[in-house]
Ligand binder design. Structure first.
Ligand SMILES: [Zn+2]
Length: 260
């Protein structure tokens, strides 16, 4: 039976710490390194729903894309959501590991998988680091398409019915940037690379106006959809690597945003 430390070491190979943004809080965040792991749940976020699932299923380790805790805490009490979740998980001996931005930027990470799902070629980081890896991705489609067609492709890949779009469905697209989650600041890099379109998990209103003014089509599937698929892939990867461990992506977590 692998230990928390053994699984953490494998996760660090997949998503090396040096790829994480400097503000991030990644790695093993809660738990005993020598605890054996029989059950492992991946999820996008530790929420009351996903934490309750982990505890009810006797999970030994949660691998959550979003860190929990994320901010430095001077006290862990039951008067905040994070405090309550931490107390419950610790009492149930559930360890927590988060790869977050290291996984966003990894070779088989979220953005690389998004780029592949759109059929992009010659995929390179939007903001490269000295090692040639880096944040976000951009690449070129084999053939020109339209923003509307690209939106259809993205919806199929993410198994979603709707997304938000900035731009006209008929506008031509050949070069595309991708940045999962909330990454408004990467629009500038997409413009510098002369991208016709960009996929962002979510974007602020003024980022949408900037994109429109620059003639860059935006596709916004939602923060949840832009990353949740990758924690399902991660569960598969972990299940293959550690065949004696029962691994599953959280069945109870869901997008808090709904169409009204
Ligand atoms: Zn995110």
């Amino acid at each position: 039976m692998p230990t928390v430390a053994a699984i953490a070491a494998f996760l660090e190979q997949i998503a090396p710490f040096r790829l994480a943004e400097e503000w991030d809080n990644i790695g093993l965040l809660v738990g005993h390194r020598h605890q054996p792991v029989k059950k492992l749940m991946t999820c996008l976020t530790v929420t009351p729903a996903s934490a309750a699932e982990a505890i009810q299923q006797d999970t030994d380790l949660i691998v959550t894309h979003h860190p929990m805790p994320f901010l430095a805490a001077k006290r862990i009490c039951n008067d905040t959501t994070v405090g309550r979740l931490l107390l419950d998980l610790i009492a149930a001996h559930v360890a927590v590991y988060s790869p977050h931005t290291a996984f966003d930027s990894a070779r088989d990470g979220v953005n690389e998988r998004l780029a592949a799902g759109l059929g992009l070629r010659n995929v390179t980081p939007l903001v490269p680091n000295p090692e040639g890896q880096g944040t976000g991705r951009w690449g070129r489609l084999a053939e020109s398409t339209t923003l509307g067609q690209l939106a259809q492709q993205l919806k199929r890949f993410l198994s979603i019915e709707r997304l938000q779009m900035v731009g006209q469905p008929e506008q031509p697209v050949r070069t595309v940037a991708v940045a999962c989650g909330a990454a408004d600041e990467l629009l500038e890099a997409a413009r510098d690379n002369a991208c016709d379109a960009m996929v962002l998990g979510e974007a602020r209103f003024h980022t949408c106006l900037e994109a429109e003014a620059a003639g860059i089509g935006l596709l916004l599937p939602g923060h949840f959809a832009s990353e949740r698929f990758a924690v399902e892939c991660l569960a598969e990867v972990l299940g293959r690597q550690f065949s004696e461990v029962e691994v599953w992506p959280s069945r109870r977590e869901s997008d808090p945003m709904r169409w009204g």
